[in-house]
Design a protein around this ligand. Sequence first.
Ligand SMILES: Cc1cc2nc3c(=O)[nH]c(=O)nc-3n(C[C@H](O)[C@H](O)[C@H](O)COP(=O)(O)OP(=O)(O)OC[C@H]3O[C@@H](n4cnc5c(N)ncnc54)[C@H](O)[C@@H]3O)c2cc1C
Length: 399
Amino acid sequence: MTTCDVLIVGGGVAGSSIAHELRGRGAEVVMVDRGRVGGASSGLNAGGVRHQFFHPPNIRAAKATIGIMRDFGDRFGVDIGFRQVGYLFLYSSEAQEARFRQAVAAQNACGVPSRLIGLDEVRALAPEVSPEGLRGGCFGPTDGYLDPRAVTEGLARAARERGARVLENAEVLSVEVSRGRATAVVTSQGRFMPAVVVNAAGAWAPGLAARYGDTLAITPRRSQIFVMEHTPPLARDMPHTFDSDAMVYVRIDGAGIRSGSAVKPIIPDPPPALEADWREADELQRRVAHRVPSLRASRFTRAWAGLIEVTADNNPILGWSSAVENVYTAAGFSGHGMCLAPGLAPSIAAEIVRESPEMPLDFYRAGRLAQPDALQHESLWLTTHRPTDIDEWVAARPA
Ligand SMILES: Cc1cc2nc3c(=O)[nH]c(=O)nc-3n(C[C@H](O)[C@H](O)[C@H](O)COP(=O)(O)OP(=O)(O)OC[C@H]3O[C@@H](n4cnc5c(N)ncnc54)[C@H](O)[C@@H]3O)c2cc1C
């Protein structure tokens, strides 16, 4: 039996950055993961980090994250391969332009230098992109991409160096609850009696919550990455480019590109790992080649799948459980945990040790989800609906 101040379940980017921040506040921390640190979504994602969100709390959180990423090498001694080449969203309609204009206004008000650009500038930034059917672009020059596994492992290592215990291959088997408190957490590596439990279990957070009698409105969805390992050379500084109509993205990856789509099938009761579904590849190739014609003869050669953890408004759930008084939820990052979790971690850690957070976290409370009409949606693809299967996505193919 081990006592500690805080037991964090989940060694992803959320758990690792919170562990690091909690140690900075002197809390005695144990972080457990049933696999390896960064072995789930946090190591499998596209590594995109952007300021381009719609709502100020998220823009401010992303700004804090990107500040950390810029200094990561100096601060943590780890090369995370951060390439600040920008995010470029391409759009074709007036309605999309209006939505991006609104977002840019919010971003600029937070000090983020994003802007709407015309097709000449789109061509200058991404010469291989075909302007066919496009109206313009929305460009965030301070966005970029990095190696997400290096970030997560780097944060966990920094937490360890500050004195956190990080246990891998330690699965939470049960949570004992008595009089509205989690009194013990039983893992495959022993029994812990923490004062506070943090549920940072990503797509598996609802399953963990069920063990202490709570429900979390987080839907696990599969998200895939496809890689063309060798392609005709593209401009090295090509931004991370999103086609809002085709719902696909393209970015440089080594001597080729990596890509993905908005197709996110729901995976109820998700297993720890998923296989890639290659049925998505043909349609993805068609759409990518339409926007980047020099990729017409290239094929995807590698793919993997992970899970995103989606709430009804695509914003995370942060705060104390309403079912059990000493459990704090930090999950439901909805496919943008790399962008948000490190920046929010100092404020989350402050709340866990009952200090006031630097960034107010009220925007992220679970209670908001009970009022669907008042939700403030984040929407990477400018729509709150994600195609739930490949056939639906193919059927909605743009002209
Ligand atoms: C293909 C793909 C592309 C993505 N692209 C981006 C992107 O470009 N930018 C971005 O910001 N985000 C992106 N995301 C989303 C991002 O990866 C997630 O939002 C983020 O990793 C969530 O971090 P987390 O720490 O909450 O969860 P995770 O990294 O999933 O960590 C949760 C951990 O909990 C552990 N766990 C679960 N149950 C238990 C248990 N019972 N006992 C012990 N441990 C347990 C798991 O093993 C896991 O390691 C993408 C995701 C995917 C899958």
